[in-house]
Design a protein around this ligand. Structure first.
Ligand code: SF4
Ligand code: FES
Length: 533
């Protein structure tokens, strides 16, 4: 077991190593200094992996083996590096050099020129990770600060970057009052419980926000989970991982084992009296399980069906719920809010810093007709327009923005003149619709908006659990009416759609059905000028 003094020594030692591995710090190794470890971090997230990333990884592995470099260069499949439209992407640490559109044919040059001769391959260079170098300069990287920088499979790198400091402070220095205050701030509604539950089920299909959090920085997620459990005196924490996210599951298994072996999690945390059992539960992915009650049903081995209460806060999807699992009272938190808790606790418990107000950020996915669809962490003060232009790179030449859907499949549709809305809760509340899921989809001028809406309702219809007829039949009717509307709904179709939307919003049994009215009602209000009271 590790005590606080050992922990401090470990941190100093590892912090020193990390300092020498800092991105952008590509200085020659001083004479007599221990050579720095080098890693090639290959994006193993969905977009890159399916676009040739797996073959790239295998080719790099073979080339390193062939040249006898396997012991000197670590090859690591990492999480998303944010340049999803330019994959496959890889980063070389410690330099923090990012290469994009890398193919198997480029492997020889990267090894020869960069890894052996120390000369970055200009033609593949996307930029540098360090903020001053510009690749992520429009972002405000807080909870993503370690993505692509640390090797997520090494506990010592996570510790050197600050992981488990807050947990050690909470356990060893018994900072319980401050921890409870932090938990109140980051996990609204949390209170005494027997367990804490979180799921990597994505807030919207095809987004990979949560799996990327786990793949790129699994220890921050585990620390956040542990801090949340300790804040409510819960001896158990459960992390649900959909089986599809094999890399995330593997990373978490590895991270959990390492943290338990180090004495950071499990029995007698940091050699103290507090114990915390952390369980990974591999299950199915289901959009409906973003509803807390449906998630608990699924974890309990039953069909994922939501309870009548509306557990979804349409404004803040990170808001926490509660429920019962296996007879235990549990609190449910989103992985994003747990990682935020870990980072905030790290500065406030371990370093006694107060974060300033402008540090509020949103982790979100940009998709659709953008030059740079990507995952990014943006300042909450950014407007939707700034997101599209600065983060997403705008639309390709010759294309114009027709509409934006913000909030995933249950998000509202906006016209281009409605985008001066900041991402923070106040901005979204002022706009009335709130944020269903942190996903922005840009729809171009040559796309058929009604077709886009039809595919949204096909998707929603497939995901209704069918318990109540308002939602089950209502969604089918919406799909039918949209299907029959041709190029544009006429006055009668608009009237019928408005009535269906109103009914869905007001009479659905759970939050899913109510939120499912939003794309339709915003389409009618913003594109057909029909307001439904
Ligand atoms: S509103 Fe839809 S998802 Fe919710 S309980 Fe009813 S049928 Fe199921
Ligand atoms: S999926 Fe590889 S950079 Fe995002």
């Amino acid at each position: 077991m590790i005590n606080e003094t050992d922990m401090a020594a470990l941190r100093m030692q590892l912090a020193d190593r990390l300092r020498r591995r800092k991105p952008g710090g590509n200085k020659a190794v001083a004479a007599g200094e221990e050579p720095r470890p080098r890693s090639v971090l290959v994006c193993g997230a969905g977009g890159c992996a399916s676009g040739g990333g797996r073959q790239l990884y295998a080719a790099l592995r073979d080339e390193l083996l062939r040249r006898g470099l396997a012991g000197q260069v670590e090859l690591v499949p990492t999480g998303c590096l944010g340049l999803c439209a330019e994959g496959p992407v890889l980063a070389v640490a410690p330099e923090g050099v990012v290469y994009s559109r890398v193919g198997v044919a480029d492997v020889w040059e990267i090894v020869e020129d960069h890894l052996l001769a120390g000369k970055p391959v200009e033609r593949l260079l996307a930029g540098y990770i360090a903020p001053e170098e510009g690749l992520y300069s429009a972002e405000t990287r807080r909870i993503t600060a370690r993505w692509g920088i640390i090797n997520p499979e090494r506990l010592e790198e996570a510790v050197a970057a600050g992981s488990y400091r807050a947990l050690a402070a909470a356990v060893l220095r018994k900072e319980s009052v401050e921890l409870v205050r932090l938990a109140d701030e980051f996990l609204p509604g949390f209170g005494p419980a027997d367990g804490v539950v979180a799921t990597l089920n994505e807030p919207a299909p095809g987004v990979y926000l949560r799996s990327t959090l786990a793949e790129s920085d699994p220890h921050s997620l585990l620390e956040g989970l542990a801090l949340a459990a300790i804040a409510v005196n819960a001896p158990l924490a459960v992390l649900h991982v959909p089986a599809e996210y094999t890399l995330a599951a593997e990373r978490l298994r590895l991270a959990l084992r390492a943290a338990v072996e180090a004495g950071f999690l499990g029995d007698g945390l940091f050699g103290g009296e507090i114990s915390l059992r952390v369980e990974l539960c591999v299950g199915e992915e289901d959009f409906l399980q973003k509803d807390d009650s449906a998630l608990l049903e699924a974890l309990g081995g039953r069909r994922a069906a939501p309870a009548p209460a509306d557990p979804i806060d349409p404004i803040d999807p990170a808001a926490s719920g509660c429920g019962v699992l296996g007879g235990l009272r549990v609190r449910i938190a989103s992985p994003e809010s747990l990682v935020r808790l870990a980072f905030a606790a790290s500065s406030r418990l371990a370093a006694a810093e107060e974060p300033s107000a402008e540090e509020e950020t949103v982790l979100l996915a940009l998709s659709g007709r953008l030059l740079r669809p990507r995952l990014c962490e943006a300042s909450a003060a950014m407007t939707l327009r700034e997101l599209i232009e600065q983060m997403g790179g705008g639309l390709p030449e010759g294309d114009e923005l027709q509409a934006v859907q913000f909030g995933g499949p249950t998000g509202g549709l906006l016209r281009p003149d409605q985008l001066e809305v900041p991402l923070n809760a106040a901005g979204l509340r002022a706009w009335r619709e709130g944020m269903g899921a942190p996903v922005l989809t840009a729809i171009g001028s040559d796309e058929n908006l009604l077709d886009a809406l039809r595919s949204v309702y096909r998707y929603l219809g497939r995901h209704s659990c069918g318990q109540c007829s308002v939602c089950r039949i209502g969604l089918a009717r919406v799909e039918e009416r949209l299907g029959a509307a041709g190029e544009e709904p006429d006055a009668e179709a608009v009237r019928q759609l408005a009535a269906l939307g109103k009914q869905l919003r007001e009479a659905s049994r759970c939050g899913f059905g109510r939120a499912a009215a939003r794309p339709l009602l915003t389409y009618l209000a913003h594109f057909c000028r029909v307001e439904v009271e």
